[in-house]
Design a protein. Structure first.
Length: 79
């Protein structure tokens, strides 16, 4: 459904990740989200091959799109 209501506050012009990450960093660290390793109890481990960046021309949206997909898949399977 569409809405015709205007936002109650104006969006900031730029995003500052420090304000968000400072709140969540200790939580992420405590949950072990930064710890990588192979769990032998999991039989279907996930592996993704990341090709080296070989830009042979002008950067375009496809480069960012491809990297974003690989990053999202990797993060999803780490959850």
């Amino acid at each position: 459904a569409m809405t015709t209501q205007t936002p109650k506050s104006e969006l900031t012009k730029s995003f500052d990740p420090k304000t968000i990450e400072s709140k969540w960093y200790a939580f992420w660290e405590g949950k072990g989200y930064y710890a990588a390793g192979l769990n032998p109890a999991i039989k279907d481990n996930f592996c993704i091959l990341l090709p080296p960046p070989n830009v042979t021309g002008t950067l375009h949206m496809g480069h960012g799109f491809n990297q974003t997909i690989m990053d999202a898949l990797t993060r999803y399977h780490r959850m």
